[in-house]
Design a protein around this ligand. Structure first.
Ligand code: NAP
Ligand code: HSE
Length: 319
């Protein structure tokens, strides 16, 4: 039998809990896909006293107990933010672990340093879950390496799409945001969603992949969704349009211009048809033409799907 692959989870919130449940509920499927047994060894959390529905999974408040365990080969970081996540990524690579993450903020801000650390350690850094959750958009974008990008445009933040679509049903902004938080779509600090930081991080990752060099998220112009009123939503509707929080990158000859913010889109467009946490992303390139991707862009299970895809890919390639 092939060697067992040990996996550690850093973070056991919305996403981490979905990953842990998947290990418990579909272990045989994961092992078969990986071609070897995968074992979730334990999880690191901030507060040990919180009630959690993760069976008998070992839980610690000391991430280094997992990072230092020689039985761990793959570390999944789903804490979010830059601290302590940044140090934990570097510590994982220093110990020869592969890293899988959904942390778009860290990847977008620390693109060069993380990739260099992974390269130095001869280990993988994978972040399919960081952009568009269940849609395999990172993998698709990597497949466009031969093409010159022209435009990326779409909905990269599920919380803002959820808010806009719920306001079309008559809900107020604050109530719609509360629902998005309750459903696990929003960031720990939902400012990141409504003020556009989250969409800017994701757009910066896509641009970095398409251009083959880091495009810092500070270079994305952001306009907030805060202040979106029922009147604005109604006025758009009277023009057969909807308000959506769009992320756009135009790859000009000399410079790439990137922005995120609310815009009107036709009701009949893919973005206008999207509701709930759905992401819709169009990528136009010279060789590949116009590609449109759509699917669940937020939520624990949708994100766990991408994380587990990365874990399986690493395990399959391990010798
Ligand atoms: P979350 O529900 O807030 O969970 C964060 C987890 O990290 C919690 O379990 C928390 O512990 C733990 N944590 C916080 N500080 C820690 C520390 N210092 N040491 C150890 N553990 C610590 O967040 P989430 O929604 O799962 O998101 C996690 C990551 O996935 C973020 O980067 C987010 O952007 C990304 N993401 C989320 C979604 C989504 O739909 N939610 C989708 C795609 C990507 P306690 O439980 O003890 O508080
Ligand atoms: N808060 C994010 C969103 C989670 O609403 O899209 C998925 O990355």
């Amino acid at each position: 039998m092939s060697t067992q692959v040990g996996v550690a989870l850093l973070g056991l919130g919305t996403v981490g809990s979905s990953v842990a449940r998947a290990f418990a509920d579909r272990g045989k499927r994961l092992d078969a896909a990986a071609g070897r047994p995968l074992r979730l060894v334990g999880a690191a959390v901030r507060d040990r006293r919180k009630a959690r529905d993760v069976g008998d999974l070992a839980v610690t408040t000391d991430p280094f107990r997992l990072l230092d365990d020689p039985g761990i080969h793959i570390v999944i970081e789903v804490i979010g933010g830059t601290s302590p996540a940044r140090d934990l990524h570097f510590a994982a690579f220093e110990r020869g672990r592969h890293v899988v993450t959904a942390n778009k903020e860290l990847v977008a801000k620390e693109w060069n340093a993380l990739h260099e650390a992974a390269k130095l350690a001869k280990r993988e850094l994978r972040f399919e879950a960081a952009v568009a959750a269940a849609i395999p958009l990172i993998a698709a974008t990597r497949m466009l390496a031969a093409s010159r990008p022209r435009v990326v445009r779409g909905l990269l933040n599920g919380t803002t799409t959820y808010i806009c679509s719920r306001m079309e049903s008559g809900l107020g902004f604050d109530a719609a945001l509360e629902e998005a938080i309750a459903k696990g779509y929003a960031e720990a600090d939902p400012t990141a969603d409504v003020d556009g930081f989250d969409a800017a991080y994701k757009l910066s990752i896509l641009i970095s992949l398409l251009e083959g060099r880091h495009f810092h998220p500070d270079n994305v112009r952001r306009t907030t969704l805060r202040g979106l009123s029922a009147d604005t939503v109604k006025a758009a509707s009277s023009r057969d349009a909807k308000v959506r929080y769009l992320a756009t990158a135009d790859f000009g000859e000399r410079a790439t211009k990137a922005r995120v913010g609310p815009e009107e889109v036709p009701i009949a467009s893919p973005e206008g048809a999207a509701d709930g946490p759905t992401n819709v992303v169009t990528i136009e390139t010279d060789l590949a033409g116009r590609l449109v991707f759509s699917g669940p862009g937020a939520g624990g299970d949708a994100t766990a799907s991408a994380i587990l895809g990365d874990v399986i890919a690493i395990a399959r390639a391990m010798r």
